[in-house]
Design a protein around this ligand. Sequence first.
Ligand code: NAD
Length: 267
Amino acid sequence: MSNKIRVIVAGAGGRMGKEVVKLVLEDDALELAAAVDRSSHEQDAGRLAGLPDAGIIVSEDLESALASSAADVLVDFTTPQFAYINTALAIKYGVRPVIGTTGFTPEQISELDKQCQDQGIGGLIAPNFSIGAILLMKFAAQAAKYFPHLEIIEYHGDQKLDAPSGTAIKTAEIISEVRKELRQGNPEEEEIIEGSRGGYYNGFRIHSVRLPGVFAQEEVIFGGFGQSLKIRHDSYERAGYMPGVKLGIEKVMEYTGMIYGFDHFIE
Ligand code: NAD
C-alpha cells in the first residue's frame, strides 16, 4: 500500500490547474488520483499539462471522481461560481479540500468549517499560495510598527479587472492591524490630475500599475527621517505558487477543520 497522498485536481485544464497536475505528477510524495475539468475533458491529464501521458483521462464529473478514486485531497482552481459546491462535495466524501479559487464569503467559510469538523477532516482555503507574498505581508506589518509612513505599489498585467489587487488589500489590512491610523503627507496637498496620489487606505496610499508583460509584483515603501526601506516581492510565473500548494496538501492531512489563509502555515 503506497503512502503517497492521492490528489484530485479540479480545473485541471486551467492555467493554475495544469501547474498543479505537473506538481502532483512530478512529486514522489504525491499521486494523481483523478483530474476534472469542464472544458478540457477526455484528454490525458499529463499531456494537457505538457508532460508525457499520465494514464489519467480528465473527466467532467467531480462527484464520480470523489466517489471512485480513493483520494485524500481535492485541489481546486476552478471559478468562484463552482468552488463552494466542489468544496462541500469533497467534504461529503471525506476528501480534504485545498482550495486556491477565490471569492468565498465569510459565511461560506464558516459553514465549510462546520462540515469539516463534522467529518473529522482538515481543509484549506488560500486566496494566495505564494510564500514570498505572504512573507512580504508579514515583514511589512513588522516594519510598519517602526515606520508608520508608507505607500504600497502593486504591478499586474494590463488585462487585470480589479484594482488594487487582492494581495495589496490584504497587505493594507495586515499593516493596519499594527499601525494606528495616521494621515500621511501634507494636509493641504492637492491633486492636479485626479488619482495621482493613488487609493486612500487608513491614511496611506495604494498605487496600481497595469502593463502588458508584467505578471505580479508588489512593493511596500517605508519612509523615515533620513532613510527609507523597501520590501518587494516579484512573481514571474504560476509555478511560483506550487511550493505553497504542496505545503497546503501536506498540512491539510494533519488537522481537523477549515483553515482560511495560507499565512497560518508561515511562522
Ligand atoms: P482558468 O480560467 O485558467 O482555469 C479554470 C479552469 O476551471 C478552466 O479550465 C475551467 O474549464 C475549469 N472549471 C470551471 N468550472 C469547473 C467545474 N465546475 N469543475 C471543473 N472544472 C471547472 O483560471 P486560473 O487562472 O487557473 O484561476 C483559477 C482560480 O484560481 C481563480 O479563482 C483565480 O483567482 C485563482 N487563483 C488563485 C491563486 C492562489 O494563489 N490561491 C493564484 C492564481 C489564481
